[in-house]
Design a protein around this ligand. Structure first.
Ligand SMILES: NC(=O)c1ccc[n+]([C@@H]2O[C@H](COP(=O)([O-])OP(=O)(O)OC[C@H]3O[C@@H](n4cnc5c(N)ncnc54)[C@H](OP(=O)(O)O)[C@@H]3O)[C@@H](O)[C@H]2O)c1
Length: 265
């Protein structure tokens, strides 16, 4: 059985570990290290091996998952570089490139991932990129680990992760914003806070589920539910006239550019 060690036991590590255990992984094959003992209590109660010593956790594992904040990655990688031969490294840290990771870790087998916040409820979308030194078996291992928090999608070019960041990484906030303003519009029409919340959230969930299940594109689905001269058409005319498509194109482009600026290349 592949042994895993998580460096940093915060939100993302706990979500992945929880998903792995729910999917049948043996917690005894998982290590987690974190400077805060209290951060480790819940994992420990689920049977995960816990320690405040990164080196000791890493030396027990075949696969090391770097799940600290981006500003800690360099020091952490250098701290564990001495025990890294033949291990696979997976980083979920935003903006840290495989080139930097490989040089700090003194090991070229690195998978870089860009998960998103809905991972914390098992509905994540993760973009992944593997350095050339990662073999197919290791890619499969990385895929299984990240699948514990939702869907995965691999990219051949590392630069694609900037666009991934702009779409699925930052995307939850765009949808939260749309939900927020739709709820405000519902309240402005006289609906209660609770009714607005339920109507908007279930509609968002239903629309996403329907689009996922359908063989039609989102554009086709939109046209199918828009009768000429009807209520939906009245609303969509405003959204089109006010330039929603341009607004989203500009917003995503700004996020992608910011991701490039924040990346360590
Ligand atoms: N959360 C998300 O939705 C999300 C989405 C996409 C990507 N990510 C990426 O996932 C990574 C982790 O994010 P997170 O939300 O899980 O952060 P988090 O909750 O802050 O977890 C990071 C953990 O690492 C610990 N830590 C700090 N220094 C350490 C060290 N030297 N060795 C070992 N552990 C150390 C922190 O302890 P202290 O609290 O004591 O500092 C904290 O418990 C980040 O790089 C982020 O870019 C997160």
């Amino acid at each position: 059985m592949t042994k895993l060690a998580f460096m940093g036991a915060g939100n993302m590590a706990q979500a992945i570990i929880g998903g792995l255990i729910d999917n049948g992984s043996n917690p005894a094959d998982i290590w987690a290290s974190d400077p805060m003992e209290s951060q480790l209590n819940e994992l420990n109660s689920r049977g995960v091996n816990t320690t405040t010593d990164n080196l000791s956790a890493a030396s027990n594992a075949d696969v090391i998952i770097i799940s600290v904040k981006p500003d800690i990655v360099e020091s952490l990688a250098k701290e564990i570089a001495s025990i890294t031969s033949d291990k696979l490294f997976i980083s979920v840290a935003a903006g840290t490139t495989t080139g930097s990771l490989a040089s700090w870790l003194e090991n070229p087998a690195v998978v870089r991932c860009m998960p998103n916040t809905p991972s914390l409820v098992g509905k994540g979308m993760t973009g992944l990129f593997a350095s050339n030194s990662v073999n197919n078996e290791q890619r499969q291992t990385a895929n299984t680990i990240l699948s514990a928090i939702g869907e995965t999608l691999w990219f051949d070019e590392e630069s694609s992760l900037d666009a991934v960041t702009a779409i699925s990484g930052s995307g939850p906030a765009y949808f939260f914003y749309v939900i927020e303003v739709m709820q405000l519009a519902a309240e402005a029409e006289g609906l209660s806070l609770n009714a607005s919340r339920q109507l908007v959230l279930q509609t968002a969930l239903g629309a996403a589920e329907m689009a996922l299940q359908s063989s039609h594109s989102a554009g086709e689905l939109r046209k199918k539910v828009t009768s000429p001269g009807g209520t939906t058409a009245a609303a969509l005319t405003i959204l089109e006239e006010r330039g929603l498509e341009t607004i989203f194109a500009d917003a995503v482009s700004a996020a992608r550019k910011r991701s490039e600026e924040l990346s360590d290349i």
